[in-house]
Design a protein around this ligand. Structure first.
Ligand code: AMP
Ligand code: MG
Length: 469
């Protein structure tokens, strides 16, 4: 079925996929397929290949492209939309979308296609985020189209089957607002029914809805911060109202802790740097609030006042999530003002000593259980560290802390240089490395000696990411 196509035709366009006749599936997510009701035989069948490469329609599918607007790097673009993605419909309430499937009514001048490299990258990184219990869109299949796409050079093409609680974005609300109040209300009601059904009975369900989205997004961004994840393109069209991470185009993981870290080639002013993510969260939610003004109260002034009150609570809520997240990473027993100082001071040490963010937490767990000396770790044997260590020790349960920390802090992350190497090999038909990485990243806490290199940063990293997928 496609409830979105049925209920929200004013903000979507019917659009059957053209299909890729020579396609093959090169990464298959069997557990996710099973959760959606596809058994292994089906996943390996020609029928499955034909459906997910756009050659055949799923039963009852009404394929559509969704319209959306968006603030991109602060500037409003009224007409974005799925320029290269088609929503087939929902299975078990999850959206099934083909990304890179060809032109749609929203393609503007684009070809509607994706290169294979970014498809594989999104597959691996999104599934890694899922393994860490970070809300995210999922990846069901990565498909090699065996047709080229033309970018700066000719590249092999790919299609990703993206699975999401929905693909409704802040930008979808901005789009509906450009239509009329009825379209906006229909979208809000649909979103509440689908994602926040408990709010239907509340006094002002649209205000409660706004508060719920603020909370979900604040929690999400705190988890990104805890992982050193730099999303890279936090435009309002890339912020879901379900609170799932979406759009893995220019994202990357911070190595050395530096709050100013930026990877995206087009983010010249660091608008979407690591440290700016919480401020941008609030900025994006303010744009979301603007779209809801006609729904919250008939009186515009009252509406603005109510939405502002909720928005103003979001930064403190985010901060609570942030300290909870880092409190867990450091194995702290309680989070109070004293302990937030321990977290702040820890991050100051990482920054001033240019320490690898991910390794630091795993090394610390080894230092406390005496399996690693400070000299052998990423920390230096300084008085600053020794003093911090003493204050930290008072706030932890020494016998349990390293086990606790090692189930919170991954040893494997998609290190930028490693994933780049794996992708290069994959687009030259060697899937060995990408298969190995995706296996390791599914169990990112289980450290294995033979895979030590996957825990280490590149010695000379100056990494740049590109949106052009
Ligand atoms: P993204 O950078 O993936 O968030 O895309 C931003 C906007 O550009 C969205 O409206 C996309 O659908 C559109 N877009 C990106 N790549 C293409 C493409 N190859 N063809 C058509 N539209 C595209
Ligand atoms: Mg996007």
């Amino acid at each position: 079925m496609n409830s979105y196509a049925e209920e929200l035709h004013e903000i979507s366009e019917k659009c059957p996929p053209h299909g890729f006749k020579k396609a093959e599936i090169i990464l298959k997510n069997y557990p996710l397929a099973e959760a959606l009701g596809f058994d292994k035989d089906y996943v390996d069948s020609d029928d499955c290949l034909n459906i997910f490469s756009g050659n055949k329609l799923l039963q009852d599918s009404i394929p559509i492209a969704q319209g959306y607007s968006g603030h991109q790097f602060g500037h409003f673009n009224p007409l974005l939309g799925d320029g290269r993605a088609i929503l087939l419909g929902e299975i078990n309430k999850m959206d099934i979308q083909l990304k890179g499937i060809g032109q749609t009514p929203y393609s503007r001048r684009g070809d509607g296609k994706s290169a294979l490299g970014p498809v594989l990258r999104e597959y691996v990184i999104s599934e890694f985020m899922h393994a860490l219990k970070i809300p995210t869109t999922r990846s069901l299949f990565a498909i090699k189209t065996n047709e080229d796409v033309l970018r700066e050079t000719t590249l092999p093409g790919g299609v990703l089957t993206r699975v999401a609680k929905s693909h409704i974005r802040i930008g979808t609300f901005e789009f509906a607002r450009t239509k009329n109040n009825q379209a906006l209300k229909t979208l809000a009601d649909y979103s509440i029914n689908r994602h926040y059904p408990d709010l239907i009975q509340t006094d002002n369900k649209y205000l409660s809805f706004f508060a719920a989205v603020c909370d979900k997004q604040a929690s999400l961004i705190s988890k990104w911060m805890g992982l050193g994840f730099v999303h890279g393109v936090m435009n309002t069209d890339n912020m879901t109202i379900s609170g799932e991470t979406i759009d893995y185009g220019p994202c990357a993981f911070m190595n050395t802790y530096d709050p100013k870290t930026v990877f995206s080639s087009i983010d010249h002013n660091g608008r979407y740097s690591y440290q700016n993510q919480p401020a941008i969260l609030i900025w994006n939610l303010a744009k979301f609030a603007e779209t809801l003004i006609p729904l919250v109260d008939e009186d515009e002034e009252i509406s603005v006042k109510k939405l502002t009150e909720v928005l103003q609570l979001t930064m403190p809520t985010y901060q609570e999530y942030f300290y909870k997240e880092f409190g867990e990473k450091l194995g702290l027993e309680n989070i109070d003002n004293d302990n937030s100082k321990i977290i702040d001071d820890y991050l100051k040490i990482l920054h001033s000593e240019s320490i690898d963010f991910t390794l630091s937490f795993r090394n610390l767990a080894k230092i406390i259980n005496k399996s690693m000396s400070v000299e052998d770790s990423v920390f230096s044997k300084s008085e600053v560290f020794a003093k911090w260590f003493r204050s930290w020790k008072k706030e932890i349960n020494i016998t349990e802390v390293s086990t606790k920390m090692n189930t919170k802090n991954p040893c494997y992350i998609p290190r930028n240089h490693l994933i780049e190497d794996a992708l290069k090999q994959a687009i030259n038909d060697n899937m060995t490395e990408i298969n190995l990485m995706s296996e390791l990243l599914k169990k990112p806490f289980e450290e294995k000696n033979e895979y030590n290199k996957y825990t280490l940063p590149s010695p000379n990293e100056k990494y740049v990411t590109y949106c052009g997928t």
